[in-house]
Ligand binder design. Structure first.
Ligand code: NAD
Length: 399
């Protein structure tokens, strides 16, 4: 059983290492918030939930709310690396090791299929697991964030984060040197736009939804929710008006189509939830977003409206998508959990600080310290109560 001292090894926007104890502590904290934030209604239970992209970020928080908040049988699908010999596993693996352990301890069901969710094999395995006692599901959460996809025909598509129609010249942030930079990103080609839509648009969600419906593993009144982002004007050239924004528009269009497919007069349907911008492995990779989030955290913490992934997911389940609730939607039919982020009193200050921020005043005009701390925590580092000088067992199974 390998016991080693683990330190962060940051490369750009990821850490090559993860700390099992720190990840476990993060999960315990989220479980406690889910338990206090949710009071399940015995007359309208959530019995069974499938989460696609369940190991980190919004998907992990969704799975935790489902399992520990509602006591739902929860099946997650993710793409993580298990520890091997003296090589540490990924943060998502360790998050799930702790979620599985806690579920078992509490007599709850939390299971994981670790593999490529885009593949027909993993889809088939998921259907088998749902038939085998976990399903039929009341709720499907689609929370994949992936750099590439091999589609059912074997074609490989890559997702890019680029502007469309012209070069981006504007503020950026160099995580390595902790410096505000002037960055330039060339406009995407048509192939890059198409690839991003293939990876992050609605096609795979549609494949999942039609398969689950055709295989009869959706419960009557089943709800189906995918996550999107809009974000502010300052990131729009790269995000909403860029390649990823095109993919999100496609995802949002797909929600309308899938809504019709699942609407059964018993509360069933499909929605997109537009969530708040937060530090996750996916979002840290988006140019300009670390700077925007550092400013956003500063403003929302000062105004008392800051939430993390788990608070967002408690709000989504409790107020919008649990049985008996009618989702409140905007003119395009989207649930808006980014309402507090996009509120004028927040965005007005964000815009001022965006203009004013330089490398020299970063510590004052932004909450870069908060961003950095959340970033390290994604990999289990910098968590209170964890002694990082002590060797830890890295071989943690998904029990
Ligand atoms: P994340 O990187 O934390 O999580 C991605 C999940 O997808 C992980 O569980 C990972 O294992 C899984 N995954 C990736 N490739 C996979 C594959 N091939 N097969 C199976 N699983 C795979 O990302 P996140 O930020 O939580 O993003 C989740 C969704 O939420 C995305 O649609 C994202 O656009 C959306 N969103 C994110 C933010 C944000 O600021 N982070 C805001 C709003 C919406």
């Amino acid at each position: 059983m390998p016991q080693i001292v683990i330190e962060p090894r940051i490369r750009g926007f990821i850490s090559l290492t993860a700390h099992p104890e720190g990840c476990a502590a993060n999960v315990r904290e989220q479980v406690a918030i889910a338990r206090t934030g949710i009071t399940p209604n015995p007359d309208a239970p959530i019995r069974s939930v499938l989460v696609l992209g369940s190991s980190t970020g919004y998907g992990l928080a969704s799975a935790i709310v489902a399992c520990f908040g509602y006591g739902a049988k929860t099946l997650g699908v993710c793409f993580e690396k298990a520890p091997e010999g003296d090589k540490v596993g990924t943060a998502g693996w360790y998050n799930l090791a702790e979620a599985h352990r806690l579920a078992k301890e509490s007599g709850l069901t939390f299971r994981t299929i670790n593999g490529d969710a885009f593949s027909p094999e993993v889809k088939a395995e998921t259907v088998r697991a749902l038939r085998d006692g976990i399903g039929p599901v009341d709720l499907v959460i689609y929370s994949l964030a992936a750099p590439r996809r091999k589609d059912a025909q074997g074609n490989i598509w890559n997702s890019t984060l680029k502007p469309i129609g012209g070069r981006y010249d504007g503020k950026g942030f160099d995580l390595r040197n902790e410096a505000v930079t002037e960055s330039s990103i060339e406009a995407a080609t048509d192939d890059e736009i198409a690839g991003t839509i293939k990876v992050m648009g609605g096609e795979d969600w549609r494949e999942w939804t039609t398969l689950l419906r055709d295989e009869g593993v959706l419960a009557p009144g089943a709800r189906n929710v995918a996550y999107s982002y809009i974000g502010p004007e300052v990131s729009s050239a790269i995000y909403r008006r860029g390649t990823i924004g095109r993919a999100k528009e496609d995802l949002e269009r797909t929600a309308h189509e899938l809504h019709t497919l699942l609407a059964d007069g018993r509360g069933g349907g499909s929605w997109v939830s537009v969530n708040k911008g937060l530090v996750t492995q996916a979002s840290s990779a988006i140019p300009a977003v670390p700077l925007y989030l550092s400013i956003l955290y500063k403003v929302m913490k000062a105004q008392g409206s800051h939430e993390g992934t788990i608070e967002q997911m408690v709000r989504l389940f409790r107020d919008q998508i649990s049985p008996g609730r009618t989702p409140h939607v905007d003119a395009e039919g989207r649930i808006r959990l980014d309402d507090w982020e996009m509120a004028a009193p927040v965005q007005t200050v964000v815009e001022e600080l965006w203009e004013a921020t330089t490398t020299e005043n970063l510590a004052n005009t932004t909450d870069y310290a908060g961003f950095k701390s959340d970033f390290y925590r994604l990999f289990g580092f910098g968590v209170d109560g964890v002694d990082y000088s002590v060797p830890v067992e890295i071989d943690r199974p998904l029990v």
